[in-house]
Every structure is written in C-alpha cells, then in structure tokens.
Ligand binder design. Structure first.
Ligand SMILES: NC(=O)c1ccc[n+]([C@@H]2O[C@H](COP(=O)([O-])OP(=O)(O)OC[C@H]3O[C@@H](n4cnc5c(N)ncnc54)[C@H](O)[C@@H]3O)[C@@H](O)[C@H]2O)c1
Length: 383
C-alpha cells in the first residue's frame, strides 16, 4: 500500500509536533542528507515554462529511496485567488520501484525552504545576528520568519511588501510570538537598513532588482529565495560581484539562480561543502555573504523521508491502493473484473484545517521565552 498524506493530514502532523520543533527537526534531516551529498544521484530539475509561470519535476535518489516533487511557480496566481506555489511529491522504494508515500508538498515546500535558509544562515550569517529584513511577505514568509526567530535568535524583523495587506497578514499570523518584534516599513531601503540578515521572497517573473548595491552593508547575510527561474531574479549583479556566494546544486543554480546574471566561471561554493566543514561560510565579519537559493530535489527527498517517518510515528495519514497488490502479479487483468478491496482508513483529518491559524497552547506558551543566538539549528527550538 502507498501511504497518503493530504493537506489536512500534514496540518495535523505539524500541530502535533509543534511548528518550531517541526522546522528544527526538518533542518536536522536536511543537514544529515547534505552531509551525504556524494551518495545522491542528482540532476537539475525538469522544467516546463509558459508565459505566466513554470511547472517543474524534481527527482533525487540515494540508491535506497527515490523521491520526486511536482511544483509550479505562477506569480500571477494570487490575483486569481490561487497560490503562487503548489506542490505534491512521492517517496519510493528503489529496490522495487513501489511508491511508499504520496504527499502534499505545498506546505512542506515552505517548511523545507525555510529550513534550508536556516542551515545556510547558520553557516554564513554573523554570529549573534538579531535583526532581519524580509522583502516579500507572501506565503513563504511566516515560515522563514519562524525558522530564523526560533532557531537562530532573530528577534526583530523589518518587513516590506508592495502589497501592504500581505505584511498585515504576516503580522497577524505571527502575533502569538510576542518575543519577535515585527516592524512594517515603507520601502525596501528602510527595511534593509541596519539588518544583519536580508531575506528576499518576492514573486515576479522578470529580472527584478529588489536589492541594489547601495543598500548592502558590510557583514550582511543575504538569503535570496525568490529568484529561482531563468529570467526571474531579485538582486542587482553588482551585489554578487562583492559577495561570497553559496548555492545548492551548481549546475541548476547557474541556470536558475541570481548567478545566471554572471559569467559561467563566476566563483560559487556548494552548500554541502560548507556544512561539511570543507570551506567556511564566511571569511570575515565584514564580508557580505549570499545564499542564492533556488530549491533542490535533495531537499524534497529529505522532507519526504522525514514526513514518512513522522506519519508512521504519529499514526497519521492513510493507506491507498495506488498501485497493484496482486496475488498473481501477472494477472493485472483481474482488476478489471473483481472489486478492488479498499484499505482500512488509519488517519483522521477532521479537525486539522485550522492547524496553522494559530500555534497550539503549548507552542504559544513557549513563544515568549528568552533567546540567545544559536549556531546550529536543532530540534529543540528557542520558542
Ligand atoms: N528558493 C526556493 O527554494 C523557493 C521555494 C519556494 C518558493 N520560492 C519562490 O519564492 C517566492 C515567494 O513565494 P511565495 O509562495 O511566498 O509567493 P507569494 O506570491 O505568496 O508572495 C510573494 C510576495 O512578493 C510580493 N512582491 C512582489 N514583487 C515585490 C517587490 N518588487 N517588492 C516587494 N514585494 C514584492 C508580493 O506582493 C507577494 O506578497 C516566489 O518567487 C517563489 O517562486 C523559492
């Protein structure tokens, strides 16, 4: 049987575990897989472009498990009442090719993107970073904010979005975390001034220049998430010239990341090397560091692996007859005659819809705890 984790199931799992702890554990799962990077069969994602967006398939395998994610990116969707990014994914057994898990991945993508940003910041941001700027306050933003607040010690975030309602929504959603000071700003310049970390999370299918060199201060760490397609960037090329640039998987980022603006031999470092201690994330307290994030298949592999384990542990989700389980594997034709027996339902999804509207009581109560900057994200969250 294949296990199914739909959105209500995921929502319920997050509430069971607690959002900050979930992000911390996911970051640990990602970290562990980045450290065994050479074991993975890797490739740039398979991309289908259209004028309004992109649809992508992202496969990866460690020889034992195989995973792929289907994900889109349609910046015009919110104007139609739809999400910019939606996704689902599959984890399969390499030995048999049978799918083990079919999971929603819209929510999981936001969580894993925040967890990867956290891993990069852990290795690249200045120790003791407290203030972040966040430009682009859409669907990904709360997850990034909580990852940095609860696991890195960021306690003040300056926000800017061309849509003031997006910023207002983010502030409402994060109100249960009073130790995190949120400041709405009138411009990118105002938001970025004095920040230790600058995260860009805008969605616009063009070569945008959200950040220009005059906004960048010595020692800043830039977490550039929104530029993730050919002809979809957020940073002025002059920023890249002066920065130490870390990427996920170089062949893919050369096509999709901020570095698509640079010559083919522009120097970059892959994140796994930094996490493995082969190279420092930053070389001095004044160096500008840039994580040029586009999203890589290994991250979705790790997420599906983590989800599969947690769903089993918490008894959530349900088995579905997605592929045949036949007494005689050659008698596929029997499925056209006999009624296929339905699997027993093992999960409940009833009360999950509001799971992310507010943290549960325990999480909220813990949200006001004191902070100290931490260099390594861990399952034990600061909030
Ligand atoms: N790197 C990765 O792994 C990864 C993963 C997921 C999403 N993404 C990308 O991150 C971006 C954000 O995704 P989302 O789901 O939050 O999208 P979203 O549409 O929900 O939010 C994007 C926000 O950016 C704002 N915005 C657009 N142009 C702006 C500008 N010039 N200045 C300030 N704000 C601006 C919009 O008003 C909107 O609120 C997208 O580009 C998406 O493709 C990257």
């Amino acid at each position: 049987m294949t296990h199914l984790a739909d959105l209500p199931t995921l929502s319920r799992l997050i509430r069971r575990i607690g959002l900050p702890r979930f992000i911390g554990e996911l970051a640990e799962a990602l970290h562990a897989d980045f450290l065994r990077w050479p074991q993975f069969q890797k490739q740039a994602r398979v991309v289908n472009h259209s004028p309004g967006g992109v649809i992508e398939l992202m496969p990866a395998s460690d020889g034992s498990r195989y995973a792929f994610k289907y994900v889109n990116g349609h910046p015009g969707n919110p104007a139609r009442g739809l999400s910019t990014v939606v996704a689902f994914g599959v984890l399969a057994d390499v030995q048999t090719g049978y799918p083990l898990l079919l999971s929603e991945m819209t929510l999981s993508t936001a969580l894993r993107t925040a967890a990867v940003s956290l891993l990069a910041a852990w290795a690249m941001a200045r120790p003791g970073a407290r203030r972040m700027a966040m430009v682009g306050n859409g669907a990904q933003a709360e997850f990034q904010a909580l990852a940095f607040h609860c696991h890195l010690g960021i306690d003040e975030i300056h926000l800017f979005d061309v849509d003031p309602q997006a910023t207002a929504r983010l502030m409402r959603n994060l109100a249960p975390y009073p130790a995190l000071r949120l400041v709405g700003c009138e411009s990118v310049v105002q938001a970025v001034r004095g920040a230790d970390i600058v995260s860009t999370l805008t969605a616009d299918k063009r070569r945008a220049t959200i950040l220009t060199p005059d906004m960048i201060e010595p020692g800043m760490h830039l977490n550039a998430v929104g530029g993730d397609c050919p002809d979809k960037t957020e940073l002025h090329a002059g920023i890249l010239q002066g920065a130490r640039v870390v990427v996920e998987y170089e062949p893919q980022t050369r096509i999709e990341g901020e570095i698509q603006q640079m010559p083919a031999d522009f120097p970059v470092l892959e994140l796994w090397r930094v996490l493995a201690g082969e190279a420092p994330g930053r070389e001095s307290s004044t160096q500008v560091t840039l994580f040029d994030s586009v999203g890589f298949a290994l991250e979705d592999f790790s997420t599906l692996r983590y989800l599969h384990d947690q769903l089993q542990l918490h008894g959530l989700g349900r088995d579905i007859a997605l592929v045949p389980q036949l007494a005689d594997p050659k008698d596929l034709f029997s499925l056209t005659r006999a009624e296929v027996p339905l699997p027993s339902y093992t999960g409940a999804t009833d009360d999950a819809a509001a799971a992310l509207a507010a943290p549960d009581a325990a999480t909220a109560a813990a949200g006001d705890r004191g902070h100290g900057a931490r260099r390594k994200p861990a399952a034990g969250a600061l909030c």
